[in-house]
Ligand binder design. Structure first.
Ligand SMILES: [Ca+2]
Ligand SMILES: [Ca+2]
Length: 232
């Protein structure tokens, strides 16, 4: 190598290193954009139906490739698969704070709330958890503080539709398992049954979306007297 070609080689090498660093940053940036989920099962139900459905949703998300650290699962049944802690007020607060930190450039956020306990008052506007209540509007605020390009919200349990209008809006899709005045127990809506049924895929893109699963469950529940709700 002569004296002239040495600086040229060094310039070329610098560009190569800078290009590699930029490329690596680009790759990391893509990896950072991931989905996050919060699953909350409010409290004990004798048939364990609501916990089992939530557990199936947890397994579904893990099968879809979500890291278990990005799925926060709270339930009254802490020995269940994937459960991170009790579904008490402080646990729910910490779960959303953690998701807020994890989900700084989140693609999709999924919030699954099973509120099985019938509210004490017919016109109540709060979720009932192990050790207290959270109003629908506080839950709406806490979800609003999380940065994600889209949020899919599922609410199951008796009177689940009551929360729908409080949680809807912006870039959210809200599914409630039944209308606000309905108190069907056990709740027959099974989100994962819809998500895992290949015939749900009505636009034939090879994937079953949250909304496609909803329509499949509407079909599955027809004639049962339970009317799910979709708010987009
Ligand atoms: Ca977890
Ligand atoms: Ca589809």
């Amino acid at each position: 190598m002569n004296e002239k070609s040495l600086p040229i080689a060094m310039i070329f090498l610098s560009f190569l290193i800078a290009g590699t660093i930029l490329l690596m940053q680009g790759v990391y940036a893509i990896e950072e954009i991931q989905d996050c989920a919060v699953i909350i099962v409010s409290s004990y139900d004798p048939d364990n139906n609501e916990h089992e459905k939530a557990e199936r949703y947890y397994s579904y998300l893990i099968d879809q490739g979500l890291d278990e650290d990005r799925v926060i699962f709270l339930s009254f049944n802490v020995s269940g698969i994937g459960v991170d802690g009790y579904s008490n007020i402080s646990g729910i607060g910490s779960a959303f704070s953690e998701i807020e930190m994890l989900c700084t450039s989140c693609d999709r956020l999924s919030v699954y709330i099973s509120d099985h306990v019938p509210p004490p008052m017919s016109n109540s506007s709060h979720f009932v958890f192990i050790d207290g209540n959270i109003t629908f509007s506080d839950m709406d605020d806490v979800m609003g503080s999380i940065e994600s390009s889209h949020t899919d919200i599922y609410v199951g349990g008796i009177h689940s539709g009551r929360s729908g209008n409080h949680l809807r809006g912006g870039d959210r899709t809200v599914i409630c398992s039944m209308k606000g005045y309905q108190d069907i127990d056990p709740d027959q809506f099974a989100l994962v049954r819809g998500l895992e049924d290949p015939t749900s895929d009505t636009n034939n893109d090879g994937k079953v979306s949250f909304v496609e699963a909803y329509w499949k469950e509407v079909e599955n529940l027809s004639g049962t007297g339970q009317d799910p709700v979709l708010l987009i």
